[in-house]
Design a binder for this molecule. Structure first.
Ligand code: PLP
Length: 504
C-alpha cells in the first residue's frame, strides 16, 4: 500500500483539470492580505488543502503531504474517514434538523450513550453532561464556572506550561497568561524539571509544593474552586504526567474537597494509548472537559461532571450552538470506531515503537535534547548543541535522564526542521514553552508503513538541519506552533515574514 491515500473514484485527469483554476499562489497571497495577523498554522504551512483522506492531504498545486498535525489532534481517524462521512450523510439524508439548540434528538441520544459508554468506570454512573459552545475553550469556561458555582469559591489552581484555550478564563489558567489571577503550581517534567532533578523525585517535590501552597494560610493562595490539569501537556511541550503524580493530585484534591478537572480535550479518544488519559493512573476526576476528537472532525465540546456538582439553575450555562447534529453523528461514529477497533491499544503500541526509534535518532543528533510522549502524542525537543547543558542538582536514576541538565531550547532549529519536513511532504506542529518541540499527532489509524515514512522524513529533515544549522537559520524564521505558545518569533522576524509574504 502506498503511504499516501487517494480519494476513491476521483480520476487524476479530472483532478488536475479541477485544481488548475484554484491558483494555489493566488489563494495564499489573498489569505496573507486579508486574514488577521493572529493566524498561526497558515504562516508555517503555506499549503492550500483541497482533498484529504486518512493521513494524506493534497494541496491545490497537486503536492501531497502526510499530515501529522491532524487538526491539532482532532482527527482521531484521520481526514474523511468512511465511517465519519457515512454518519454525516445519514443525518443529511434523513431530513433531521441540523440546528436544535439543546433539544433532545435521536442523534444526540446516540452520541451521549456512546460517550458515557467510554467514560472511566465509576465516573459515567454518576455523571452529567453539559453541551457547550463549539470549541474546547468553551468547555473549559463551563467547567470553571461549574466548580465555582458548586464550591462557592472563586480561585483556581493550574499548572506551569498548561494550555486550556483562548477565551478569558481558559487563557488565565494557561501557562502563557500575563494577567494572573490563577495560582500556578509546578507540573513535573524530566527534561526541564523546575527542581533540577526530574523523575519520581521531581514529581514528589512538585506535589509537596502543591500541598504546601494549599495548606499554608499565608501562601497567598486561598482555597480554590478547582484544580485543572492536562494528563499530558500537549501545547506545553508533550509532557506526560507520571501516573503516581496524577494519583497524588487526586488524593490532595479529594482530601481538601477541591474538584479536580481533567482537561482531556487533546488527550482523549485513544490518543495517549488509553481511551481517556486519566485511565493510565486509574484516577476518577470530578470533571472532564472534552472536545477535538469527540466531534469526529466537526466542532463539539462538552463538560462531563459528577452529578453532585450539578448545582446549576436552568440556563446557568447556555449558548446557541450547543446542538451540532452533524458533529454529534460524526463524533458518535468516531467514538464507536475507536472503541470497537481498539485504537487506543494500537496507539500505545505504535507510539512506544515510534518513541523508541526517535530516541535512537536523538542518540545520533545532539540537537535533539529530548524525546517525550505517550501513545501517538509525541514531541521532539530541539536544543542548541553548541551550548553546554545546564547544571542539575541531581539526576534521578529512574528518570533515565541524560547526564547533565537540558541544553537551551532552539526554536529556530525547530522551525527549520518543520520547514524541512514540509519540503519532504510531512506536516508537523511546533509547541512547547519555547516553541522548540516538533510535535507528531498522527491519526490513530496510521499504518506501520506510514509511520515508517513519517519517521524517515522527520529523520531526514533533522539530519539536513543538523548538517547546516546556521544556513538554515538564516533562511527566515516564522513560528509555526499553536496559538497558545505562539509568541516566540520576534517582532523583526514577523515583520520580515510579512514582507516576504506580501511580496509573493
Ligand atoms: C488541552 C487543551 N485544552 C483546551 C484547548 C482549547 O481548545 P479549542 O482550541 O478548541 O478552544 C486545547 C487546544 O489545543 C487543548 O489542547
Amino acid at each position: 500500500m502506498a503511504v499516501t491515500e487517494s480519494e476513491p473514484g476521483v480520476a487524476p485527469a479530472m483532478r488536475e483539470a479541477e485544481l488548475a483554476p484554484l491558483a494555489h499562489e493566488g489563494i495564499l497571497r489573498r489569505q496573507s492580505a486579508r486574514e488577521s495577523a493572529a493566524r498561526t498554522y497558515a504562516r508555517a504551512l503555506p499549503i492550500v488543502p483541497v482533498r484529504a483522506r486518512g493521513l494524506t492531504i493534497e494541496g491545490a498545486d497537486g503536492s501531497r503531504y502526510l499530515d501529522c498535525l491532524s487538526g491539532a489532534g482532532t482527527l482521531a481517524l484521520g481526514h474523511n474517514h468512511p465511517v465519519v462521512l457515512e454518519a454525516i450523510r445519514k443525518v443529511l439524508d434523513s431530513g433531521a434538523p441540523l440546528h436544535v439548540l439543546d433539544l433532545a434528538t435521536p442523534v444526540k441520544d446516540t452520541f451521549t450513550t456512546e460517550l458515557f459508554r467510554t467514560l472511566p468506570p465509576g465516573f459515567a454512573d454518576h455523571a452529567r453532561v453539559q453541551f457547550c459552545g463549539p470549541a474546547g475553550t468553551d468547555a473549559v469556561e463551563a467547567a470553571l464556572k461549574l466548580v465555582r458555582a458548586a464550591t462557592g469559591r472563586t480561585g483556581v489552581v493550574a499548572f506551569s506550561g498548561a494550555y486550556h484555550g483562548m477565551t478569558a478564563g481558559a487563557l488565565e489558567a494557561s501557562g502563557g497568561a500575563s494577567d494572573v489571577r490563577v495560582a500556578r503550581l509546578p507540573y513535573p517534567q524530566d527534561y526541564r524539571c523546575p527542581f533540577g532533578v526530574g523523575g519520581e523525585r521531581g514529581a514528589e517535590l512538585a506535589a509537596r509544593w502543591t500541598e504546601s501552597l494549599l495548606d499554608d494560610p499565608k501562601s497567598g493562595v486561598p482555597g480554590p474552586a478547582g484544580m485543572i490539569l492536562e494528563p499530558v501537556q500537549g501545547e506545553g511541550g508533550v509532557i506526560p504526567a507520571r501516573d503516581d503524580w496524577m494519583r497524588r493530585m487526586r488524593d490532595i484534591t479529594s482530601a481538601r474537597s477541591i474538584p479536580l478537572i481533567a482537561d482531556e480535550i487533546q488527550t482523549g479518544v485513544g490518543r495517549t494509548g488509553a481511551f481517556w488519559a486519566v485511565e493510565h493512573s486509574g484516577i476518577t476526576p470530578d470533571v472532564m472537559v472534552l472536545s477535538k476528537a469527540i466531534g469526529g472532525s466537526l466542532p463539539l465540546a462538552v463538560v462531563v461532571y459528577r452529578d453532585d456538582l450539578d448545582v446549576w439553575e436552568p440556563g446557568a450555562h447556555a449558548g446557541t450552538f450547543r446542538g451540532n447534529q452533524l458533529a454529534m453523528a460524526a463524533g458518535a461514529a468516531t467514538l464507536a470506531y475507536v472503541r470497537e477497533n481498539r485504537l487506543a491499544e494500537r496507539a500505545a503500541l505504535l507510539g512506544a515503537r515510534m518513541l523508541a526509534q526517535l530516541r535512537g535518532l536523538a542518540a545520533d543528533f545532539p540537537c535533539i535534547g529530548d524525546v517525550s510522549g505517550r501513545g501517538l502524542m509525541i514531541g521532539v525537543e530541539l536544543v542548541d548543541p553548541e551550548q553546554p547543558p545546564e547544571p542539575v542538582a541531581e539526576v534521578d536514576a529512574q528518570a533515565g535522564s541524560a547526564v547533565g541538565g537540558p541544553r537551551p531550547a532552539a526554536p529556530d532549529l525547530a522551525v527549520a526542521v518543520q520547514r524541512e519536513c514540509l519540503r519532504r511532504g510531512l506536516i508537523v506542529e511546533l509547541g512547547g514553552r519555547h516553541s522548540s518541540v516538533v510535535r507528531l499527532l498522527p491519526p490513530l489509524t496510521i499504518t506501520d508503513e506510514q509511520a515508517n515514512a513519517v519517521l524517515d522524513r522527520l529523520s531526514d529533515a533533522v539530519a539536513s538541519v543538523a548538517a547546516a544549522p546556521t544556513a538554515l537559520r538564516e533562511r527566515g524564521i516564522e513560528h509555526g506552533g499553536h496559538a497558545g505558545y505562539g509568541g516566540s518569533a520576534g517582532r523583526a522576524e514577523r515583520a520580515e515574514w510579512a514582507g516576504q509574504a506580501a511580496a509573493r
